[in-house]
Every structure is written in structure tokens, then in C-alpha cells.
Design a protein around this ligand. Structure first.
Ligand SMILES: NC(=O)c1ccc[n+]([C@@H]2O[C@H](COP(=O)([O-])OP(=O)(O)OC[C@H]3O[C@@H](n4cnc5c(N)ncnc54)[C@H](O)[C@@H]3O)[C@@H](O)[C@H]2O)c1
Length: 335
């Protein structure tokens, strides 16, 4: 069997620490991956004079699977997000963000198990047509949704629900106000839902969905939504299970997938050995499932559950006293 090669982008800020932790864990369970390291973002700018070098794009394309640390994006001004560029470049149309509560964390509720399926390339978040007038007094941006794009993501969500034995898909929208874009998304979601009579279909306006997630999250199973709403809702979901350190994300396209933590580069704790590597470990588990290596994924998930629930060497965001390296060591000992 040919050895699976993984493109690894260690990323900015806490990225290198948490990615190194995940790689040690993948190696420890005997994944036998070969890693091709590539730069993107600030690191690439320093090393190659550009944010997304051709070599990096070529490696992601060649291997088809990448594990990526967070990349810093300047707020308001400066370069556009490399994450958004990668999603567009490789048509990674589905962003799958599961959250699962573990005992012993700052999770707000027990037994949370929600997957947000976010359209990843269209809508307001895609950065289309961003203009600021010369005098700085007016700004505009475009949001575009296509029937094809909406159908692809909603079908993806229902297929995922079926594959994972899930019971319900909730389409989250703002079609009462954004009648064109969100309206088209909802219309398509309703049509697709009818093709899946074995799965309960629900719909909810996004502002209500935020409130319902905080008050009664157990009513949600799989949520499917447009790009910007998915970005915000999935962070809200991360808050329900103990914070951003607990939330992974898979960006999936037709022939390429990039796995990452939902959180950013956390400049406030970068270089301090304080980052919780759980989200990138969970992203590695998603990667193993994508590669049909579920037995190894299960082993890592069981070790993670044990470390977190026993509180053995957990990080500060989880209420512990330890750093990234101790947490990783606790994982390695269990594996
Ligand atoms: N996928 C990505 O690459 C991605 C995602 C979001 C933000 N960003 C970028 O990251 C930079 C910083 O953004 P931000 O500060 O708004 O969000 P952030 O997610 O980096 O941090 C938010 C808060 O959560 C904490 N945190 C995040 N990850 C943690 C972890 N693993 N362990 C413990 N605590 C953790 C941080 O310390 C901070 O207090 C920005 O440039 C932003 O554009 C990148």
C-alpha cells in the first residue's frame, strides 16, 4: 500500500505548538504518514516573500489532504484571509464543525453533540466586491449564493446525517430579511429535505437559532447554513463545550480536504506553551475518518476523553495547570 502523504502547514502564533502535538499523537498510534511541510501566511511572507506560495498550493493539490494550523489575518486592513483563499482555490465547499462536550471541562451543558455544516465559499463571508470609497465614508460588499452551491452543501449535510445515523437537519437562515440570498438557500434546503424522508428537516432564523442554542442546545443535531452564519454559530457552539480550544473543522472539497482548529492563532498566548491542542487533535480525528482510518481515530478519541475527563495535565482553559507539552505527554502515555 502506498504511504499516505499529508501536507502540514504549522501556521502562526500557537499553530506550531498544537500542530506538533497532533503529529506526535498521529505517529504514536502508528498512522505511518509521510509529512510534507509547507508555509502559508506570515511565515510564508517571511520565508518566501508571499503569503500563499506556489509550492504550498502544489503540495496541497498533490497530497489531497492537509493539516493546517491557524493563520493570522490582519483585522480591517491589510491582506485578505489566506484561509478564505485556500477554501476558494481548492473549492472546499463544505466546512464541517462538530462539537462534543466532555465531562470535566467548562462545557455549559452535558451531552452536547452538534455538527455545524457551513457553506464555505459563497455568501457575505467570501469577500466579494469589497469597496471603501476614497473618502472612507462608504463601504460595500457583495453576497452571492447560487442554487448549485446551496444544493451541494445541503445534500452534503443530509448525506453526513445519514452516514452518521443522525436524526435531524436544521437549516439556519435569515430569509425573512435577506430574501434574495438567504431566501434562495432556504428554498433549496426545503427541496433537498424532501428527498430525505428518513431524516427530520427543520428550519430556523439565525438570531433565534443563537438564542435556542444557548437555552436548549439538545434540540440540535446537524445544522446546515451559509458561510457567515456558520462561522458565527460554530464559535457559539464551541462556547457551549468549553471554548475554542475544543472545536475542530474540516474543509472538504471534491478532491481535496484541509483539517484545522476552528480557533485562530491566539497571539495573546503564543509562544507561552499554554495552548490547548484538543481542537487540532480533534481535527486530526476528522482527518483519520476522512481517510477511512476509523480504528485509529477511535483510539485517539478515547485517550483524549480520558485525559480531559480525568483532568490529568490539562491546560488552563480547561481548568488545569499545565501547558501544551504536558497535555501532549499525557495523551502519548495513554496511547
Ligand atoms: N482558521 C484560522 O486560521 C483562523 C480562525 C480564526 C481566527 N484566525 C486569526 O487568528 C488571529 C487571532 O484571532 P482572535 O484573537 O480573534 O481569535 P483566537 O481564536 O486566536 O483567540 C480567541 C481567544 O481564545 C483563546 N484561544 C484560542 N485558541 C486556544 C487554544 N487552543 N487554547 C487556549 N486558548 C485558546 C485565545 O487565547 C483568545 O483569548 C486573527 O488574525 C484571526 O484572523 C485564524
Amino acid at each position: 500500500m502506498t504511504q499516505q502523504r499529508i501536507t502540514v502547514i504549522r501556521g502562526d502564533g500557537i499553530g506550531p505548538d498544537i500542530i506538533d502535538s497532533a503529529i506526535q499523537i498521529l505517529d504514536k498510534v502508528g498512522c505511518n504518514f509521510a509529512y510534507d511541510y509547507a508555509d502559508a501566511g506570515l511565515m510564508a511572507l517571511e520565508n518566501h516573500g508571499e503569503l500563499l506560495p506556489e509550492e504550498t498550493l502544489a503540495l496541497i493539490k498533490k497530497n489531497g489532504v492537509a493539516l493546517k494550523g491557524p493563520l493570522t489575518t490582519p483585522v480591517g486592513e491589510g491582506f485578505t484571509s489566506i484561509n478564505v483563499s485556500l477554501r476558494k482555490q481548492f473549492q472546499l465547499y463544505a466546512n464541517v464543525r462538530p462539537v462534543l462536550s466532555f465531562n470535566g471541562t467548562k462545557a455549559r451543558y452535558e451531552d452536547i453533540d452538534i455538527i455545524t455544516v457551513r457553506e464555505n465559499t459563497q455568501g457575505m463571508y467570501s469577500g466579494l466586491g469589497q469597496i471603501v470609497s476614497d473618502d472612507g465614508e462608504e463601504a460595500e460588499a457583495k453576497s452571492k449564493i447560487t442554487r448549485e452551491g446551496a444544493e451541494k452543501i445541503v445534500v452534503f449535510a443530509y448525506e453526513l446525517a445519514r452516514r452518521e445515523g443522525r436524526k435531524k437537519v436544521t437549516a439556519v437562515h435569515k430569509a425573512n430579511i435577506l430574501k434574495s440570498t438567504s431566501g434562495l438557500f432556504l428554498k433549496v434546503a426545503r427541496e433537498v429535505g424532501e428527498r430525505y424522508p428518513d431524516i427530520e428537516s427543520a428550519e430556523m432564523i439565525v438570531d433565534n437559532a443563537c438564542m435556542q442554542l444557548v437555552m436548549n442546545p439538545h434540540q440540535f443535531d446537524v445544522m446546515v447554513t451559509t458561510n457567515l452564519f456558520g462561522d458565527i454559530l460554530s464559535d457559539l457552539c464551541a462556547g457551549l463545550v468549553g471554548g475554542l480550544g475544543m472545536a475542530p473543522g474540516a474543509n472538504i472539497g471534491g478532491d481535496c480536504a484541509i483539517f484545522e482548529a476552528v480557533h485562530g492563532s491566539a497571539p495573546d498566548i503564543a509562544g507561552m506553551n499554554l495552548a490547548n491542542p484538543t481542537s487540532v487533535i480533534l481535527a486530526s480525528i476528522q482527518m483519520l475518518e476522512y481517510l477511512e482510518m476509523s480504528d485509529k481515530a477511535e483510539k485517539i478519541r478515547a485517550a483524549l476523553k480520558d485525559v480531559i475527563e480525568s483532568g490529568d495535565r490539562t491546560t488552563k482553559d480547561l481548568g488545569g495547570e499545565h501547558g501544551t507539552t504536558d497535555f501532549t505527554q499525557a495523551m502519548l502515555e495513554r496511547l
